[in-house]
Design a protein around this ligand. Sequence first.
Ligand SMILES: O=P(O)(O)OC[C@H]1O[C@H](O)[C@H](O)[C@@H](O)[C@@H]1O
Length: 295
Amino acid sequence: MPAQLEQDVVTLTLGTSTVHIALKGATVFSYSYDGQERLLTSSKSNVHTSDPAAVRGGVPICWPIFGPAPSDSPPFSKLKQHGFARTSVWEYVGAQDQGEGIKATFKLEPTEQIQALFTLPFVLTYSVHLLPYSLSLSLSVANPSSAIAPLPFQALLHSYFRLPDSVHPRDVLVTPLENLAFADKAGPKDGLTKEAERRKVVDVDGPGGEVDRVYFRAPDRLELATGAAGTVRVHKKGLPDVVLWNPGPEKGAKIGDMEDRGWERYVCLEPGLVEPFQFLDPGKSWEGGIEISFA
Ligand SMILES: O=P(O)(O)OC[C@H]1O[C@H](O)[C@H](O)[C@@H](O)[C@@H]1O
């Protein structure tokens, strides 16, 4: 069966490629391509809906905010870091054979639980399209409100790319980020000041091994080179910014739902709409996504 829903998990299969998506968060938590797992999901993470925590790894969806709540006032003040999309249970709409590939669609609309935290109306639709040589993920946001209020949001696909055993995060090189403005969330000013990236090739190593940077207006085609182990290609669409994150040993050890030394096994390259917020007018929709492939 090319598409199957079993125990809160949708599995798509195409040739030798497989993708697993948890209904919790519509989180893609495994993508196997060419006989190799390409995403990192912690073995301590529970992908089932019985556990309310977000999946640690894969591609959690950050919506309607990225990072901590941006203000003490509505509509975001009650939200936890990265919003509720990654912890909510999404509806599986179904899967379609698309000729070239297979596409599964998921939907999230306000529930009572969400409305207790966030009162604005919205419809999120997420498609996971497994293609012969890539995986395409696309998030669409609609504002169904009949009032004049726009729907403000940030959106980000928090991709954890698995590193082969022979590759350490500090060996990974990311391009092309040269000349981009970035906010250094790991720096002394905690991301409040923007700097310019001067390096042609950016490594994933910072003070204490930590890197946590938001690059603004990044090119749509990004590469994460892992030396002899190959290159991850990320083609973003409609998502202007990108976050590069690895917590390093000290902060990595504090992530309770990550396995021991798990931080050494991934680099997060997270295309998103971080700044400014999107303000979506009633009746309008917005779409952003990524296509992941390998070279
Ligand atoms: O632990 P989480 O809430 O999943 O966040 C994990 C990480 O997400 C992003 O990459 C942020 O830039 C980091 O600052 C944050 O630590």
